[in-house]
Design a protein around this ligand. Structure first.
Ligand SMILES: Nc1ncnc2c1ncn2[C@@H]1O[C@H](COP(=O)(O)OP(=O)(O)O)[C@@H](O)[C@H]1O
Ligand SMILES: [Mg+2]
Length: 405
């Protein structure tokens, strides 16, 4: 290794030649310094970038928490590895509690199976997720949320992450419930009103018309045979009274079939169908489970109205000359089906699968919902099927008639 030597009277050149300050020499020092500088510069740039990234992250976090929604995200397998502060504080749980499958613990027990089934299906098929579900909050009560999830894919179409939001829809759910309660009340009031008008028409107006016919008959027989004109007038008046009586009876029956209370849904449908076939020329085949029994006034009334509206639609829209009514009981479910062999008409002629509702279909749907059931309408080239499915409990379901009006 070279040492450092000093010579008192040495020239500058000889000094330079003889003073060996570094084993690298001057060029080496320059290179080292340049490297140090470059390293420092790089470090400064890196630090700046990291600071900027941290700042961006803070801004993103703040933005994500400012959104009035719970936000979550996770890997393609359907587990969760991120949720924003709003969700964490809403549940009173930390990320360590919610991550993985931990979030499932705050689902309402009644929603759990449905939600997990839908989520598993979305994860398996890569289709967006959307469900209304109840989540337990920090105070132990449940609130309704609209949960949505969408997959993010790479260029090859593989899912790389799921991103989702939960939106609080508790107020909307309350409003819907209130609306349903009110519309149920309105329907019950309407049915009561119809019952009372039907009874007045039948028992009062109908009876008066019967008496009027009898009086006209007696008067006619008291007119001498020579007075042909008076006899003809009496005949006409009698015929008008008989026609008015028929109309009043039909109207009374359409407003509220007395048979529904007295002998149940199947008899009321059969009786209604008889008149309907005469009026419309549509042949209707009715088949019902022998063990149908009584379903309770509200359920029987709602299903009867579904038959009425569906048969009206068959006559007005389908062009079918035949219709089939099936009333089946499978364990604790009752399924009512009204099927025709017609074509789609009017505004739905072009649509392939759905009949878009006017007033009748939504009203049927609401009636069936009010009794805890579901209404489906399917339409294709073979015809239209309206299907109402309701659940019955044993208290309302009995073989005996319940109190009539
Ligand atoms: N049985 C049917 N066959 C063909 N089209 C139907 C049938 N029932 C309903 N539709 C179609 O669905 C639409 C909505 O029916 P609905 O809600 O009862 O309203 P509206 O009868 O007052 O038009 C009808 O206008 C009709 O185009
Ligand atoms: Mg209609």
């Amino acid at each position: 290794m070279a040492g450092t030597r000093f010579f008192g009277a040495a020239s500058r050149e000889s000094f330079l030649h003889t003073v060996d300050v570094s084993p690298l020499g001057a060029a080496g020092i320059t290179v080292v310094m340049a490297m140090v500088l470059a390293f420092m510069l790089l470090t400064a740039v890196m630090v700046q970038r990291l600071e900027r990234a941290a700042e961006m992250e803070r801004v993103n976090e703040a933005l994500i928490d400012a959104i009035p929604q719970q936000i979550w995200s996770g890997p393609p397998d359907g587990t969760l590895d991120y949720c924003n502060q709003r969700w964490r504080s809403g549940t009173g749980l930390g990320l360590q509690d919610l991550r993985g499958d931990g979030w499932q613990a705050m689902l309402h027990p009644e929603d759990r199976d449905r939600v997990l089934k839908a989520w598993r299906e979305s994860v398996a098929t890569g289709t967006p997720y959307e469900q209304e579900e109840r989540h337990r909050g920090v105070d132990g009560t449940y609130r309704w949320y609209l949960a949505r999830g969408i997959p993010q894919r790479d260029v090859e179409g593989r899912i790389v992450r799921w991103y989702g939001t939960n939106t609080d829809i508790e107020a909307r759910k309350h409003a819907e419930e209130e609306l349903r309660r009110l519309s149920g009340q309105l329907m019950r009031v309407q049915e009561e009103e119809r019952r009372s008008i039907a009874r007045d028409l039948h028992d009062s107006t109908g009876q008066h018309l019967v008496l009027l016919s009898a009086a006209l008959e007696r008067l006619q027989s008291s007119v001498p045979p020579s007075s042909a004109q008076s006899r003809r007038l009496f005949s006409e008046a009698e015929e008008l009274a008989a026609q008015a009586l028929r109309e009043v009876r039909t109207l009374s029956y359409l407003l509220y079939p007395p048979m529904l209370d007295e002998s149940g849904l199947e008899d009321a449908i059969c009786h209604y169908v008889e008149g309907y076939s005469k009026r419309s020329g549509v042949q209707v085949d009715v088949q019902a489970s022998p063990d149908l029994g009584r379903l309770g006034r509200d359920k029987e009334m709602a299903l009867f109205r579904v038959v009425q509206e569906s048969l009206t639609n068959v006559q007005r829209h389908s062009g079918s000359r035949r219709a089939y009514i099936r009333l089946n009981r499978i364990q604790n479910r009752v399924i009512l089906e009204i099927r025709d062999e017609g074509r789609r008409t009017g505004r739905n002629a072009e649509s392939r699968h759905n009949v878009s509702p006017g007033v009748g279909i939504p009203s049927m749907r609401e009636r069936v919902k009010q009794i805890g059931g579901q209404l489906d309408v399917e339409s294709n080239s073979a015809g239209t099927t309206v299907r109402a499915t309701i659940v019955i409990n044993e208290e309302t379901h009995s073989g005996t008639a319940h109190p009539g009006r």
